[in-house]
Design a protein. Structure first.
Length: 525
């Protein structure tokens, strides 16, 4: 059968259309399957985060209930009461982190959290949030000041969402702020938008940090607080603001502070909202716990006791470290690198234990300063930190630390490391003692230090008090002169050793050697 050219063209077109239809149907089915698979994966992720956070909450609830029961049945001044309070404290921090994980997971899930809109005066709400973190800021010696441009601004907003946003911004600012500084929270109306700014005088951010702070789980190289490294707070704040039509922007320079600008629409046109009067907010729950009482220093009066300086910004961790070590040691505490360095110069401790992530002078810089100090360079440094990567370890050792332990550390390892380092220093003292033959006055003049500092330095290096060390130098010089073959009288040797009281010189020499200078000359000459 023969077909004309028009007929063949028509058949070709029909077949091509059929093939195209089959291909489109196959593509649509494939995309549907992919979407169904993505939906199943997302639902599985949602169930995972929901289930895993529930699994964490259940044992934490039991742990905290048990700790609360202990606190009710033991005296407030007891160490067990303090331990129970620490359990509750850190349990709350873990619960807060779990809440952030769950909120973040919900915001990116197929069924995100729906904001509960209110129409109210936002200014007293922000005032209440700032006041709720006043005690926490005061404990860090930081002040929060709220400066509203207008005393009253009626608008639509989601209180729970805004509370979480401001909580993250304020707490981050408190952690990065130096002591004695101020955090300024300001607000103003700008057309149809409401602006809230949170500005601190803290460590600031590098360009890399600023570009990544809203990415989930990102933590910058210069984060200086253990809790600051979760990488969830700011990304969650952005997700919450996106869901209510707002946004957030950061302005920061390294070592010059940071300012966050939050923008919110004044009117919500999409969802139903409730009216709230000014006095209906009630009290806001503060997520961060109040500050704990710092551990107290031991008395420095016993100059012969082993002195351990613990530099740690968490009072609970500082106390726990001290509890793991020999109870015969003396313990002294500092909450940051600057105070730690001052105490080290005043005390000349036998060993320093320090965290790395601290406001101001961090542990790495502190260690370098100790190593460069004529007064302190002999002191061993142990770093105990949450920065646990191999690169962090190398940085710690490069800075001059003798030991680097990860948090949570094993108490027996810490105790053994400290004991062995002190033993090594004791062995080295004897070696240094036999090698040193210098004028003590020259040492003091060169170091330009006080008598107390000099005593601690000599004690740390030689194991002797200053008086005993001077006597040791004089006896060694007298021995050398008696063996020299010079025809020197005992009186001349006494004068050369810096003593014009010859009977005292003879008594001192006999007490140190078991014989008089004349007897020593006969035996050694």
């Amino acid at each position: 059968m023969e077909f004309s050219l028009p007929t063949l063209l028509n058949l070709f077109i029909i077949v091509s259309l059929l093939l195209l239809i089959v291909l489109l149907v196959s593509t649509i089915k494939s995309k549907q399957k992919q979407q169904e698979l993505q939906t199943e994966v997302q639902q599985a992720k949602d169930r995972f985060f929901t289930n895993i956070t529930h699994e964490f909450r259940t044992p934490l609830t039991v742990i905290q209930s048990a700790a609360q029961n202990i606190m009710r049945h033991v005296p407030p001044e007891s160490s067990m009461h303090d331990d129970a309070a620490n359990i509750i404290w850190y349990g709350n921090i873990v619960l807060n982190l779990i809440n952030r994980i769950l909120d973040t997971a919900k915001m990116v899930s197929s069924n995100p959290i729906v904001p509960e809109w209110k129409h109210a005066d936002i200014v007293p709400f922000i005032t209440m949030v700032c006041e709720s973190y006043g005690l926490y800021a005061a404990d860090k010696q930081v002040k929060i000041r709220y400066i509203p441009r207008e005393e009253s601004v009626e608008m639509d907003f989601a209180p729970d969402f805004l509370h979480k946003v401001l909580q993250n911004l304020i707490v981050n600012s408190i952690k990065s702020s130096p002591r004695g500084s101020e955090i300024k929270v300001a607000s103003e109306r700008d057309g149809s938008t409401f602006l809230i700014s949170v500005t601190d005088e803290g460590v600031g951010m590098t360009p890399e940090q600023k570009a990544n702070i809203f990415k989930v789980f990102y933590r910058g190289e210069k984060d200086r607080s253990d809790d600051a490294g979760s990488g969830l707070g700011l990304p969650l704040a952005k997700l919450l603001l996106d869901s209510v039509g707002g946004d957030i922007e950061a302005f920061s320079l390294e070592n010059e502070g940071t300012s966050f600008i939050v923008r919110l629409p004044l009117a919500n046109m999409k969802s139903h909202y409730e009216y709230v009067e000014k006095d209906e907010w009630g009290e806001l729950t503060m997520v961060m716990p109040e500050g704990q009482v710092p551990p107290q220093d031991d008395s420095p009066e016993d100059v012969d006791a082993v002195r351990i300086l613990i530099i740690e910004d968490s009072p609970a961790v500082a106390k726990y470290i001290a509890m793991q070590l020999n109870t015969e040691y003396q313990f002294f505490f500092a909450a940051n690198g600057e105070d730690g360095l001052k105490k080290a110069h005043a005390l000349v401790p036998d060993l320093v234990i320090t965290d790395i992530m601290m406001p101001g002078i961090d542990g790495l810089e502190l260690c370098r300063m100790i190593r460069s100090s004529e007064l302190l360079h002999h002191i061993p440094v142990v770093m105990v930190t949450a920065k646990a990567s191999h690169e962090d370890l190398l940085k710690g050792l490069e800075a001059g630390a003798e030991a680097y332990l990860e948090k949570p550390f094993k108490s027996d390892e810490l105790s053994l490391r400290v004991d062995k380092l002190l033993e090594q220093r004791k062995v080295l003292r004897e070696k240094y003692l036999s090698a040193l033959n210098v004028d003590l006055s020259a040492i003091a003049a060169e170091l330009n230090i006080s008598r107390t500092q000099l005593n601690r330095k000599i004690k740390a290096i030689s194991g002797l008090t200053t008086t005993a060390y001077i006597i040791n130098l004089r006896v060694r010089l007298a021995k050398s002169l008696l063996r020299s073959g010079e025809d020197l009288s005992v009186s001349e040797i006494s004068y050369r050793c810096g003593l014009d009281d010859v009977p005292y010189f003879i008594t001192m020499f006999k007490k140190a050697t078991g014989m008089t200078p004349t007897q020593y000359r006969r035996l050694r000459g």
